[in-house]
Design a protein around this ligand. Structure first.
Ligand code: AP5
Ligand code: MG
Length: 205
């Protein structure tokens, strides 16, 4: 059970990976989240990662794979995992040979902009909210760790445009790559979290 989610920024990769992971009892691994946490460390690697992700650019394939591999070596990944954010280009897909299924979450750009502009994230535990669709219980405070929610730097409109352009150029070719191998499952990502999740479960069966 080694599954990867593929989709535009804000398409719901992280949200669906979490739900699917709970259902399948394997960990959801968000490389973006691991990198945001790693970027808080003020060493050379931390500064490099921060300089890339805050502007919506990828970090190097080698470092991305190294950081991901360290996480996949942990015991909880033995039975499988749901990857969110890896692979993001063909070079990375060749590194991630173990992936058995790639789930493409299809969402139009107009909905992406709406979702991202309403996204909030806990700077401490990285839990994601949406002020329209997945509100915290108390105004802009994390339900889990009670920290004030913030916005990701790369969620500003200019960087979202840039991330969408990078997605089209670098990540979208993975759809044909996995389709050719018979590993692709595509679902419509518009609709509520539970509706999209039902589509994923149906497509996996
Ligand atoms: P990452 O954090 O993965 O960013 P991303 O790919 O741009 O995707 P997002 O996290 O923005 O969106 P998502 O698809 O997870 O959507 P979400 O579930 O939050 O990566 C960040 C950066 O790290 C990259 O730009 C790069 O710099 C670096 N990086 C990461 N991986 C790398 C790699 N492999 N190589 C090199 N660099 C790498 O949903 C969005 C919002 O909508 C939320 O508010 C959510 O609550 C809401 N929502 C979700 N689903 C629904 C729904 N069905 N209905 C209504 N609202 C919904
Ligand atoms: Mg995410």
């Amino acid at each position: 059970m080694r599954i990867a989610t593929i989709g535009k920024p804000g398409s719901g990769k992280g949200t669906q990976a979490e739900v699917l992971a709970r259902k399948l009892r394997v960990p959801a691994i968000s490389l973006g989240e691991i990198l945001r946490k790693r970027s808080l460390k003020n060493d050379k690697t931390g500064k490099y990662i921060r300089s890339r992700i805050d502007k919506g650019s990828f970090i190097s394939d080698r470092l991305a794979f190294k950081i991901l591999s360290e996480r996949l070596e942990k015991k909880d990944c033995k039975k499988g995992y749901i990857l969110d954010g890896f692979p993001r280009n063909l070079a990375q897909a060749k590194m991630a040979k173990d992936i058995g299924t790639a789930i493409e979450i299809k969402v139009p750009d107009s909905l992406i902009i709406r979702r991202i502009s309403n996204r909030r994230e806990c700077p401490k535990c990285c839990r994601t909210y949406n002020m329209l669709t997945q509100k915290p219980k108390k105004d802009e405070i994390c339900d889990k760790c009670k920290t004030r929610l913030g916005r990701r730097k790369d969620d500003s409109p200019n960087f979202v445009k840039k991330r969408l352009a990078i997605y089209r150029k670098k990540t979208a070719p993975l759809i044909a790559y996995y389709r050719k191998q018979g590993k692709l499952v595509s679902v419509d990502g518009a609709g509520t979290v539970s509706v999209v999740f039902s589509r994923i479960m149906r497509a996996l069966k």
